[in-house]
Design a protein around this ligand. Structure first.
Ligand SMILES: *[C@@H]1O[C@H](CO)[C@@H](O)[C@H](O)[C@H]1NC(C)=O
Ligand SMILES: *[C@@H]1O[C@H](CO)[C@@H](O)[C@H](O)[C@H]1NC(C)=O
Ligand SMILES: *[C@@H]1O[C@H](CO)[C@@H](O)[C@H](O)[C@H]1NC(C)=O
Length: 308
């Protein structure tokens, strides 16, 4: 818990630095405030300060890590410093809290006034970790407006399903992650390139050797195992192909990590956790599959080896 207030001498040095940093914050950067919200996770360090300005100043001068945002509670006078901001996580409702982050003009994180490009037919952004980012009964126009106005995180793209009007806002774009084929959806993103021509724009081709060109695929089966059956695990009747399709479709709107399939009963279970976080359960009749981008040397099986 390093803070500027521990020693008077340090306090004086911090005071001098404060003036230096204030001008830096003015120089193309400023604090942006959101009331009654706070950052979900990424709450790295808690200190007690008198007011929001002191909390923000603490962040500007923080030494242990580059502080990018704060949550301040005006009742408890609690000041939470964070190394992340809405580009890393998202805001959730929280009475008595105020969220503030340092935004600099040259960062280009806020794409709200950039050009909408797309649609990319039959593709989606698959890797989002956001929760509660789905809007029903939408149109492409409404979905676009929602993305441009989003406060909780930096919305830069969206998946849209015409047949049901389903709009799923995304914090990742096609430069960051590969798009995945899911026929009922279309994909759009906000592009800040001043020369972009939306009529001819295409998502980046997959370049071999670049880190975002990961060998993502559904891997399995792990025969005789199922993912843990949680309360929110959803089970449907399907063929294996339908189960796989359902898994990818659901992943377009909520984060799904794996599924299990019983070929005898046609039961298809969805899992929000993969075996990385939750051990598999030996379950007669079921086979386990997961979506993974991890490199596996076992490319024939595409299935990581199992501890006996
Ligand atoms: C955010 O709050 C700080 C401290 O009260 C203030 O200096 C700053 O101007 C606010 N930013 C905006 C955009 O209102
Ligand atoms: C801050 O929290 C995030 C999310 O929990 C973590 O990934 C990051 O490493 C933390 N940073 C520091 C300096 O502890
Ligand atoms: C981006 O800027 C617009 C317009 O200034 C604003 O309405 C929107 O809330 C900002 N987005 C975020 C995530 O701060």
């Amino acid at each position: 818990m390093a803070s500027c207030t521990s020693l008077l001498a340090v306090g004086i040095i911090c005071g001098l630095l404060a003036q230096l940093h204030v001008s830096q914050v003015i120089d193309g950067c400023s604090w942006v405030n959101v009331t009654n919200q706070r950052l979900v996770n990424w709450n790295n360090e808690t200190v007690t300060t008198g007011n929001l300005e002191a909390c923000q100043s603490m962040c500007e001068h923080h030494k242990d890590f580059k502080c990018r945002s704060v949550d301040f509670n005006q009742v408890e006078r609690e000041c939470v410093l964070s190394e992340g901001d809405r580009a890393d996580s998202y805001l959730g409702d929280a009475d008595d809290w105020q969220y503030s982050e340092i935004q600099c003009q040259e960062e280009w994180r806020n794409r709200s006034s950039c050009t909408l490009v797309g649609p990319v037919q039959g593709k989606i952004m698959f890797d989002s970790t956001l929760r509660f980012n789905v809007r029903p009964d939408s149109t492409v126009e409404k979905c676009e407006a929602a993305c441009r106005q989003e406060q909780r995180f930096f919305c830069i793209a969206f998946n849209f399903r015409e047949s049901s009007g389903m709009c799923a806002l995304q914090e990742l774009d096609s430069h960051m992650r590969r798009l995945v084929e899911v026929p009922p959806f279309v994909y759009y993103e906000l592009n800040c390139d001043p020369d972009v021509d939306p009529t001819i724009w295409l998502p980046p081709a997959v370049h071999v050797g670049i880190s975002d060109d990961r060998l993502c695929s559904i891997r399995g089966p792990v025969i005789g195992y199922s993912g843990p059956v949680e309360q929110n695990t959803c089970a449907i009747e399907a063929t294996l192909t339908q189960c796989e399709k359902k898994f990818i479709e659901m992943s377009a709107v909520v984060e799904m990590k794996a599924f299990s399939y019983n070929p005898l009963t046609g039961t298809c279970r969805m899992h929000r956790e993969s075996r990385e976080n939750e051990p598999l359960v030996a379950t007669a009749g079921f086979n386990y599959y997961e979506y993974s981008c991890k490199f596996s040397e076992d490319l024939v099986n595409q299935c990581l080896h199992f501890a006996p």
